[in-house]
Design a protein around this ligand. Structure first.
Ligand code: UDP
Ligand code: MG
Length: 317
């Protein structure tokens, strides 16, 4: 445990968030003041808004905020790169200046009152602290069901993911350094961070409603995000093709015996037996072949990601 106050950088991606920025910065500055007074964080700590190519007055507001307050900074992306990319841009820009960084959405739906707990866990030696929702009362039943099914599906496909954790988390500088080694383009941070390893812990919190503005994640975007998450982390869907192909081949054998029985003991039209047997057999063989090609594509996919093969935690000499 270190007693030194940590330099904390808050990283906040913003896309068309002019309606919330004033209130968000007020609330964050307030909790910063309190944490600085308690010597939890150093006065050098900063709030960094990342403007993700907004089309409204978001950047003008960020500009004004940063001019009036030295704790606030702004990064402007040249175009809308998407939430995950904006977050990564912010984290990678600040990583050399901070001891730890906390990422949070601009609408502060995630409870900022638990940030002191994040910092305490960081000072106790955790490199990653995941913010986990302890209830989903503010979500609709549909969202609750789809989110739960999604986490279950991900886990069943071998992806290491923390249920009910989105992108509200603290990462230490060395965890950020590890994250910087991941050169993949399709980002799904909530599954990438656990791959960094290091000691982690969770902090539970209540998720609020968005206090102003509207969600930038409509259902269509959410589905494509989920699809991205699966296809960026698992080749299980490809394996399913091979398994299905093998099952088809076995069925084709049964179908072959069945068609022969009908041919000899029943009544069939000429050509039916050979047709039936070939349809099943060829179907099975084709699926199996696609699955086999898929295995190689899966390998290529893993290679092109160029993920770090290992991350060294300590080297004692
Ligand atoms: N966001 C972004 N770029 C985008 C879409 C969203 O930076 O293309 C940001 C947005 O400003 C917010 C965060 O991502 O800070 C999460 O979005 P939102 O709160 O609308 O999602 P929800 O909470 O409804 O899932
Ligand atoms: Mg939100």
């Amino acid at each position: 445990m270190t007693d030194k106050a940590a330099v904390l950088y808050m990283v906040i991606p913003c896309y068309n968030e002019e309606a919330v920025l004033g209130e968000t910065s007020r609330r964050l500055l307030d909790i910063f003041d309190r944490m600085i007074k308690e010597s939890l964080i150093a006065p050098l700590s900063r709030i960094v808004f990342v403007d993700d190519g907004s089309r409204d007055g978001t950047w003008e507001i960020i500009n004004e905020l940063s001019e009036n307050n030295e704790s606030i900074r702004g990064i402007k992306l040249a175009r809308n790169a998407g939430h995950q990319n904006a977050l990564m841009a912010g984290l990678m820009t600040v990583r050399e200046e901070c001891d730890c960084a906390v990422s949070i959405d601009a609408d502060l739906q995630d409870d900022i009152e638990v940030i002191p707990e994040f910092i305490k866990k960081f000072r106790e030696g955790c490199d990653v602290v995941y913010g986990v929702r302890n209830s989903r009362t503010t979500d609709t039943a549909f969202k609750r069901f789809t989110a739960l099914s999604f986490y279950k599906l991900m886990v069943s496909m071998g992806v290491n993911i923390v249920p009910d954790h989105a992108d509200y988390r603290l990462m230490s500088r060395r965890a950020l350094d590890a994250l910087s080694e991941f050169s993949e383009v399709n980002l799904f941070l909530r599954a990438m961070v656990p791959l960094c390893g290091y000691k982690s812990d969770m902090v539970y919190y209540e998720r609020h409603e968005r206090f102003a503005g509207e969600s930038k994640y409509p259902l269509k975007k959410m589905l494509s995000f989920a699809m991205d998450g699966i296809t960026s982390f698992s080749i299980t869907p490809i394996r399913c093709i091979s398994v299905f192909g093998s099952i088809m081949c076995v069925i084709s054998l049964a179908a072959f015996i069945y068609t022969l029985c009908i041919k000899f003991f029943g009544h069939t039209t000429a050509g039916w037996t050979s047709l039936m047997a070939s349809i099943w057999f060829l179907g099975g063989v084709q699926l199996l072949s696609v699955g086999l090609i898929g295995e190689y594509i899966g390998k290529i996919y893993k290679e092109v990601k160029r993920r770090p093969r290992f991350i060294i935690e300590e080297y004692k000499k």
